[in-house]
Design a binder for this molecule. Structure first.
Ligand SMILES: Nc1nc2c(ncn2[C@@H]2O[C@H](COP(=O)(O)OP(=O)(O)OP(=O)(O)O)[C@@H](O)[C@H]2O)c(=O)[nH]1
Ligand SMILES: [Mg+2]
Length: 319
């Protein structure tokens, strides 16, 4: 699924992409260099769809190229989600000109688009004027086109831009049969986990930290502060200690310890967390702390059903 991030230089496009899809926090994007030409990156969003994000550097020389006869089609065709981003503290006629050319090309080469999203970014800045930017970009636009454009004031710094992007992508997923099929299969696998274990299961996507599915039905969680959901970053000394213990116990064939499972404990529950193929994280929450419940979850996480979930992620996204 091609996602086109377009707009004038310094708007925050790369910051938005990095903080939403790669788990960067805002501090990490403060010193980003201008993007040279188009940077294309693939991400798996919410564990069910491959995004091919085209982040188009917005400096004049590049814009000129995108709009040129021999690049127009390449840049603007086959777009599934079109996003135009601008800096709300820069109100210049030039921005409108870029926007007009963008609209013209996007509707020419991706005529099936039913929406174009405009993000008026950096509203956290003292001198931002999103109303003026909205005015500049929306006045005198052809009615038919105007109905397809959705404006949203946002801030990458404060997180609202990322929330908006997630909303946009979720909306696009709803229209993708493949995504819905994958989601159906994942839900089915989770329901299988649940059988006879008196526990609930939740599955999270590692790169963006978003929930993929759960046995609790509709479960919304905030994105995890735009952090990757990785558990392998625990103390690496663990392996050294484990190896030593195995030596002392005379069990020299240590299988490599991958820090891929954790157990938490509360007064009423065990919470078991296990990584799936470096792509997702499965979380099990027991309904009580009885021994057999704990054991059944442990068995499930080490059995056939877990292998099925692993195969799903291995096969679906290996192409
Ligand atoms: N205050 C504030 N700064 C932001 C926000 N979003 C991005 N920035 C900053 O704006 C600068 C430019 O961000 P980039 O993401 O590189 O902008 P870009 O649109 O990719 O720029 P080009 O690649 O040149 O087209 C960076 O220093 C960001 O930290 C925001 O919401 N608020
Ligand atoms: Mg950039």
């Amino acid at each position: 699924m091609k996602v086109l991030l377009f707009g004038p230089q310094n708007a925050g496009k790369t910051s938005l992409m990095k903080t939403t899809c790669s788990g960067y926090n805002f501090m990490k994007v403060i010193n980003l260099k201008p993007t040279k030409g188009i940077s294309r990156e693939n991400f798996i969003f919410r564990g069910i769809i491959e995004l091919n994000v085209w982040d188009a550097g917005g400096q004049e020389i590049y814009l000129k190229r995108y709009f040129s006869e021999n690049q127009r089609e390449f840049v603007f065709s086959e777009v599934t989600a079109a996003i135009f981003m601008a800096d709300s503290s820069v109100i210049e006629q030039k921005i409108r000109e870029i926007f007009d050319k963008f609209l013209e090309n996007i509707f020419e080469f991706s005529p099936n688009l039913d929406k174009v999203y405009v993000l008026l970014n950096k509203i956290d800045l003292e001198d931002s004027d999103e109303d003026a930017l909205f005015e500049l970009l929306s006045k005198d636009i052809n009615q038919e086109i105007r109905e397809k454009i959705m404006f949203t004031p946002v801030s990458v710094k404060e997180g609202s831009a990322q929330h908006r992007l997630i909303e946009i992508l979720d909306y696009e997923i709803q229209k993708s049969t493949l995504s819905l099929q994958r989601l159906g299969r994942i839900r089915h696998l989770l329901d299988q986990f649940k059988l006879n274990t008196l526990s609930e299961y939740l599955l999270f996507n590692i790169p963006d930290g978003l929930i993929i599915a759960s046995t609790l039905g509709k479960f919304e969680s905030k994105p995890l502060e735009f952090m990757k959901f990785e558990i392998g970053t625990l103390d690496s000394n663990m392996y050294q200690i484990y190896k030593k213990i195995m030596e002392i116990m005379n069990m020299p064939n240590v299988s490599p310890l991958d820090l891929s499972a954790i157990i938490y404990e509360s007064e009423n529950s065990y919470i078991l967390i296990k990584e799936v193929q470096n792509k997702a994280v499965l979380m099990a929450v027991t309904r009580n702390k009885k021994q057999d419940v704990f054991l059944s979850v442990i068995q499930t996480l080490n059995g056939e059903k877990f292998k099925n979930l692993e195969s799903f992620f291995k096969e679906e996204f290996s192409k």
